[in-house]
Design a protein around this ligand. Structure first.
Ligand SMILES: NC(=O)c1ccc[n+]([C@@H]2O[C@H](COP(=O)([O-])OP(=O)(O)OC[C@H]3O[C@@H](n4cnc5c(N)ncnc54)[C@H](OP(=O)(O)O)[C@@H]3O)[C@@H](O)[C@H]2O)c1
Length: 308
């Protein structure tokens, strides 16, 4: 007799665009999935509507809040980088050494902060090139999320030094397609950081689509940023990952020419940006290795100043 498949029960912390996209996919694929809202939320469930090319798929998801009890076995974290620590700490009482925590926010640096405060869970790290945004930016209705799935991409997940995926990964990869287990996740996350450093802050500062970075007035600035980023990368042990950085950045600029970077979208919407965990992280590593990165530093200061 065939055994019953035991599905991992996921809690999703960060019920925004990416969180709802993945929560819906996990629930539809059979993994019981609960959305975690901030303490004080009164909704008992939410409807996630994911639209793509004229079709909309709806899924109902149960809700829990940070202050509620109950062990969390599998936690997907999809807040913005600057919210990761506060958000995960808010459910820290529900996590233990058997809890599997997958951090999928963009940028680097928050994981170290989190592990220092909450060392017991088993942490996994990921990056995705899926693209989604909330269509209900006013966020009036807490019980409903309207998500537009703007583009397909790949989701890479890993845990440094671990080449074999954990038991839950097979189900995950069936739900979130395509997903790949990445034994070199640190290199992948660094490359993503390097590309983001070269593209996001400059587009946010000039309020331009990604494609404008190929224009003569901005291309030399991108080249300058890349040169500094490659120096810092080499000192930090990521020379190989960023060996072709200018070409990789040019590819992304061309492929996403009409897109507004997430940092530009945040600036235009008056929201906090992830700069502290993108260029800010690069600069912290640069300081650690005694490397000057003046172009990146100037850009960091300009973007950080926008928040005030
Ligand atoms: N969207 C994309 O296409 C995309 C693609 C690749 C990577 N990413 C990365 O994925 C991450 C999430 O992006 P996103 O676009 O999905 O952001 P988002 O739509 O702003 O979603 C973030 C969610 O986190 C919630 N949150 C923040 N602090 C919380 C807390 N303490 N407790 C509970 N919930 C909390 C926010 O709630 P409130 O609404 O109440 O503030 C919001 O719903 C970012 O790092 C982004 O760079 C996004």
């Amino acid at each position: 007799m065939a055994g019953t498949v035991k599905y991992a029960c996921w809690h999703v912390l960060g019920a925004g665009a990416i969180g709802c996209l993945f929560a819906g996919a996990l629930q539809r694929a059979g993994s019981p999935t609960t959305v975690l809202l901030r303490a004080g939320a009164t909704a008992t469930g939410i409807t996630v509507a994911v639209a793509r090319e004229g079709a909309t798929r709806r899924v109902e998801l149960p809700v829990s809040t940070a202050i509620q009890p109950g062990h969390i076995s599998h936690l997907l974290v999809t807040t913005k980088a600057q919210d990761v620590c506060t958000a995960v700490m808010s459910v820290g009482h529900r996590l233990d050494s058997s809890s599997q925590v997958l951090l999928l926010a963009n940028g680097l640096g928050f994981a170290e902060e989190l592990r220092a405060s909450l060392p017991s869970p088993v942490y996994y790290y990921g990056t995705t090139t899926e693209a989604a945004y909330r269509r209900d930016p006013s966020r009036q209705n807490a019980a409903r999320r309207e998500i537009y799935h703007a583009g397909s991409g790949i989701t890479r997940i890993g845990r440094p030094g671990i080449s074999t995926p954990p038991a839950w990964f097979e189900q995950w990869a069936r739900a979130v397609q395509p997903s790949t287990w990445d034994p070199a996740i640190e290199q992948s996350l660094w490359l993503k950081l390097a590309i983001n450093c070269a593209i996001n802050p400059l587009t946010a500062l000039h309020r331009c689509p990604n494609g404008d970075l190929a224009r003569p007035h901005l291309a030399p600035r991108v080249a300058n940023l890349c040169e500094e980023i490659m120096q810092v990368s080499a000192a930090a042990g990521y020379a190989e990952a960023t060996a072709n950085l200018p070409a990789r950045v040019a590819e992304v600029v061309t492929a996403t020419a009409a897109n507004r970077s997430s940092m530009l979208q945040d600036v235009l919407a008056g929201r906090a940006t992830e700069i502290d965990y993108i260029t800010g992280h690069l600069l912290r590593v640069a300081v650690r290795h005694g490397i000057a990165a003046p172009a990146n530093e100037a850009l960091y200061r300009s973007i950080a100043a926008l928040a005030h």
